[in-house]
Design a protein around this ligand. Structure first.
Ligand code: SF4
Length: 819
């Protein structure tokens, strides 16, 4: 059972009563918390949780409570900018900026054709925007180069669901999290990335003792501290762990044979690939003790219900989709899907990245249509009233492939909407050199690191300044209403797209404008027809109904007017070749299968079990780079800090990057807390303070990826490798090789100087000075002796976060640590 009561979290700065509260949804992470925006004197002055919204019952996390401050930031972009002949971005009118864009688009179409134009969007905009991007991109420009920063995170969710179930759409929902006996959080640091969902989980656990939580993570995160069992695996070993667990589940005799026989295909091939993964071998590869593995397998074998969540720890690896498919396999083998409290819940990262997948902004066609299926293209051509020959079929190209195409001079125009790739892409120096080559359109609220490659900048409206819908991680469609007008000179994403379509004079086959809607709700009404009969059918939704119900989970139809809590309750999967969203890919190489290959599987409504073979990370520690590097998020920031870095509270809580290392590694190198060290990988280096503890394993460095090069170079993605998962084309952010280097100077001890005096000069403690110089008792220094001193020690720790405001009982892991 979800929350037992409301708790209205609120953060308002207003002299006197606010003028009005406007219905909305938090626009930072994928949890989808309901909220209301406070408006006074036509300005946003605060936020409060929506006590009636079933997802959060009024609760908000620190990011949610503080997001609105960015709207009032004095450095908002208020006018388009165009780069002049001197290389400077200078203000321009909307007409000048849009006419320049149109002329560059037409030039590219004439010179090289539609696939010389790329539209790279976001997970922060609205479903109506993504649908419009898909329509303009496919039926207007005719390009199949539509991608989004969702490729850096939730693309794996989409592709693992296509592989196993034939279509996107995560089977379980938060309601199942409320009911399950066992929750496996796989590479999902929910305490920091989805604070309110974590609080909801822990709230139930405090009341009922359930669910039993298994946390899989190479780090001891806040989430791990709330778990019952921690599987602390070595980086890059997700697939061996899952293969070992499933092998043990089979050996325990826990397979649901009836379910497998009636509702799946592929069991023989799948189980054959597991045989080598004995408990001993799995332990050897993952580093997890044998007994711990067996205990996890016992729980997974015996539990009557199971929800498994995944996030970036599963996604951002070279074997991302295979790991997530292995999780689907566990659910299918145990028959734990499509029933209360059971199913995979592959998460999303951003607040509306799921909407982008659903609307066709990333790889496939709108409403889960297969670009390789001629019948699906015919349907789209009919819906859009265009000739089917206009609709490009693919193959889909992820952002890393698009960078290669730019390097080979195949792309001339790159339209970047609502994302900051020069911080978020891996191996970012390479990304920068590539993106400098194209005519680069940037659409954002602020100048960012990416501005340096922009030729035109379009100022876009923010959350609270526009109306539309978002889809969260559990298929809930939420409404956001406009609270205030955008600042003068600023336009909504949708208005910019509609203006572009008009200036390009895109027409349907009867000569009418391709896009005839002019407002978000009209766009949504058209979208509903596109979704009719597809897995994400939203024909039963209206804006007013969304507000009245505080969100609805798709499909929502005449037969299911209240939406759908979980998918596949009838155990009919979307795997018939005519209906599936994809003909799937080879599970090991990523090669796209043909219609005939897929049809030959004869899945026809049954789920597909795949053999999940281990593909070790392409880059591993060794030689000059003996340590693992992994990256991730902090509770205080969202992605590249474009908004959260402008909230004084969030920025003060986490003002800079850092490198977290194990205390034994720190001791071995003589590194002290706060000392600025250099982390170097084969691609670059950063200099950040050291954070020392036992959260990471020995030999592993963790760097948060939020920080770029605005103030100083702290960009984790200067270090990361740009290899990709062959199925979801997701970059391998979680596994790169690196080394740490100390940045030291020498201090020559002068007459009369004591250790205390010297330490004070360098803002250090005597203890740290001793550690840096590995001095042991009895301590003594001589005149003329050379002491090492760090170049800089930052006394600015990242604020610790107490994830829950409720007084929860201690979990077994916390109790064990205290003993
Ligand atoms: S958990 Fe996510 S959606 Fe909810 S308030 Fe926090 S940032 Fe917003």
């Amino acid at each position: 059972m979800s929350w037992q009561n409301e708790r209205i979290d609120m953060n308002v700065y207003s002299q006197g009563e606010v003028d009005r509260w406007v219905y909305s949804t938090c626009n930072l992470c994928s949890i989808g918390c309901g909220c209301e925006i406070a408006v006074k004197d036509e300005k946003i002055v605060g936020i409060r949780g929506n006590g009636k919204h079933p997802i959060n019952r009024g609760r908000l996390g620190p990011k949610g409570e503080n997001q609105w401050q960015a709207n009032n930031s004095p450095d908002r972009l208020l006018s388009p900018l165009i780069r002049n002949e001197l290389g400077e971005l200078v203000p321009a009118s909307w007409d000048e900026a849009m006419n320049l864009i149109v002329s560059k688009m037409k030039e590219a179409l004439n010179d090289k054709g539609p696939n010389s134009i790329s539209v790279y969007s976001t997970g922060q905009a609205f479903l109506e925007d993504y649908y419009t991007i898909a329509k303009i991109g496919r039926a207007g420009l005719g390009t199949h180069l539509l991608d989004a920063n969702t490729r850096l995170c939730t693309a794996t969710t989409e592709f693992c669901l296509l592989q196993s179930f034939g279509a996107d759409g995560t089977p379980a929902s938060y309601d199942d999290v409320d009911e399950t006996e066992t929750l496996m959080l796989f590479g999902h640091n929910v305490a920091e990335t989805g604070t309110v969902l974590h609080e909801r989980i822990m709230d139930r656990k405090a009341r009922t003792g359930k669910p039993y939580i298994i946390a899989v993570d190479p780090r001891k995160t806040l989430t791990v501290r709330g778990a019952d069992l921690h599987l602390q695996l070595r980086p890059g070993t997700n697939v061996p762990l899952l293969n070992g667990l499933l092998n043990m589940i089979l050996q325990n005799g826990a397979a649901d044979e009836d379910f497998i026989r009636q509702h799946t295909i592929g069991f023989e091939e799948m189980s054959g690939a597991l045989e080598e993964w004995t408990a001993e071998r799995t332990s050897e590869v993952t580093g997890i003790p044998d007994e711990t593995l067996k205990e996890a397998a016992r729980i997974l074998s015996e539990t009557p219900s199971l929800v498994s969540t995944t996030l970036q720890g599963a996604f951002q690896s070279a074997d991302a989709t295979t790991a997530c498919v292995a999780i689907n396999n566990i659910h299918l083998v145990r028959g734990l899907i499509g029933k209360p409290g059971s199913g995979p819940l592959h998460m999303a990262g951003q607040p509306s990245s799921s909407a982008n997948r659903t609307a066709g902004g990333v790889g496939t066609y709108p409403a889960h249509r297969n670009p390789m299926n001629p019948q699906h293209l015919e349907e789209m051509a009919k819906l859009w009233n265009v000739d089917v020959s206009m609709l490009p079929a693919g193959p889909e190209k992820g952002i890393e492939e698009q960078l290669e195409m730019i390097e080979q001079d195949q792309i001339d125009v790159f339209w970047n909407i609502g994302t900051n790739p020069l911080v978020s892409l891996p191996n970012r120096k390479r990304a920068e050199s590539a993106l400098k080559k194209v005519f680069f359109i940037m659409q954002d609220h602020f100048l960012t690191e990416t501005s340096k490659v922009a030729d035109v900048v379009l100022p876009a409206a923010m959350w609270g300044e526009k109306t539309g819908t978002m889809e969260n991680a559990d298929r809930t469609i939420n409404l956001l209403r406009k609270a205030v007008e955008p600042p003068e000179g600023v336009r909504t994403d949708l208005d910019i797209l509609l203006d572009f379509a008009k200036r390009m004079d895109f027409r349907d086959k009867d000569g009418n404008p391709l896009i005839r809607y002019s407002a978000p709700e009209e766009a949504f009404e058209e979208w509903k027809e596109v979704s009719r009969g597809r897995p994400c059918d939203m024909t039963g939704i209206t804006y007013d109904k969304l507000e009245a119900h505080n969100g609805l989970r798709w499909p929502v139809t005449a037969e299911r007017p209240e939406g759908t809590v979980r998918l596949y309750e009838d155990l009919k999967f979307h795997t018939s070749a005519d209906y599936a969203q994809s003909y799937s890919k080879d599970q090991f190489t990523g090669r796209a299968l043909t219609h005939d290959e897929y049809a030959d599987k004869k899945a026809d409504g049954r789920a597909i079990l795949h053999a999940t073979r281990y593909n070790p990370p392409s880059e591993q520690p060794g030689g000059d780079f003996p340590m693992w590097l992994t990256t991730g998020r902090l509770v205080w920031h969202w992605h590249t800090r474009t908004k959260t870095g402008r909230s004084p509270y969030l920025q003060a809580a986490a003002p800079h990057g850092y490198a977290e290392l194990h205390e034994d590694d720190a001791r071995e190198h003589g590194i002290v807390e706060g000392e600025v060290i250099r982390i170097t990988s084969p691609r670059g280096w950063i200099e950040v303070p050291a954070k020392i503890g036992d959260a990471v394993q020995r030999g592993l460095i963790f760097v948060p990826f939020h920080f770029g090069s605005w103030e100083s170079n702290q960009a984790a993605n200067d270090l990361t490798a740009d290899f990709v998962d062959p199925l979801s084309k997701q970059p391998t952010f979680k596994q790169s090789a690196c080394r740490i280097e100390k940045l030291r100077r020498q201090h020559l001890v002068a007459s009369g100087e004591t250790l205390g005096y010297i330490a004070e000069q360098y803002s250090m403690s005597v203890d740290d000075l001793l550690k840096v110089n590995r001095m042991e008792t009895p301590y003594g220094i001589q005149i003329g002796q050379q002491l090492e001193v760090p170049i800089s020690v930052m006394n600015a720790p990242i604020q610790p976060y107490t994830p829950q405001r409720t007084d929860f009982k201690k979990t077994p892991i916390e109790e064990k640590d205290e003993q």
